[in-house]
Design a protein around this ligand. Structure first.
Ligand code: MN
Length: 193
């Protein structure tokens, strides 16, 4: 199997001003492309060749895990955004957010704090377990909640390459702006699936 990079469902400048066109060009166009190219190189002729990507993430280690996970994480990240769409969760996911974190505002604060509090490179995740309980977790480097058996719902990339062109060292500002482009219809569908 050869993985191909899916085309984004919006123009590269559609997420401005939260994420600039230049950042989408580099981050999705170059960083993500490199992870996918490397993934294809590493699975070729290996026992992982015919697994789907989530299976590779569950079973691989080392460079293959890192590149498979980063390939998956970036698609998941960029497909969580849209220039239009619901800016707040509704339905069952909203109830679960309110129950777990007190309110949507408190959830956003806890998510941002987990992202700014992660030392070095990685991701902040919202995931659910098989009972529909939701959790915020931090993942270093390429780490994915899939490895822990959780279902990812939303992630923010806190690697410097995700925000440095637009926000330089101001990670907290970068994360705060992402709420203006999260498409909660997409996130809710992941929860309901
Ligand atoms: Mn990234």
């Amino acid at each position: 199997m050869t993985y191909t990079q899916p085309t984004l469902p919006y123009a590269n400048d559609a997420l401005e001003p939260a994420i600039s066109e230049a950042t989408v060009n580099f981050h999705y166009g170059k960083h993500e492309k490199t992870y996918i190219d490397k993934l294809n190189e590493l699975i070729k002729g290996s026992e992982f060749e015919d697994m789907d990507l989530e299976e590779v993430i569950r079973h691989a280690e080392g460079p293959l895990y890192n590149n498979a996970s980063q390939a998956w994480n970036h698609i998941f990240y960029f497909f969580s955004f849209s220039p239009s769409g619901s800016r707040e969760p509704h339905g069952r996911l909203r109830e679960e957010i309110d129950r777990t974190f007190g309110s949507f505002e408190q959830f956003k604060k806890a998510f941002e704090d987990a992202g700014t509090g992660l030392f070095g490179s990685g991701w902040v995740w919202l995931s659910s377990d098989e009972n529909g309980k939701i959790f915020i977790t931090q993942g270093k480097n390429a780490e994915s909640p899939i490895t822990s058996g959780l279902r990812p719902l939303l992630c923010f990339d806190v690697w410097e390459h995700a925000y440095y062109l637009d926000y330089q060292n101001r990670r907290a500002d970068a994360l705060k702006q992402l709420w203006s482009i999260v498409d909660w219809d997409v996130v809710e569908n992941r929860y309901e699936d």
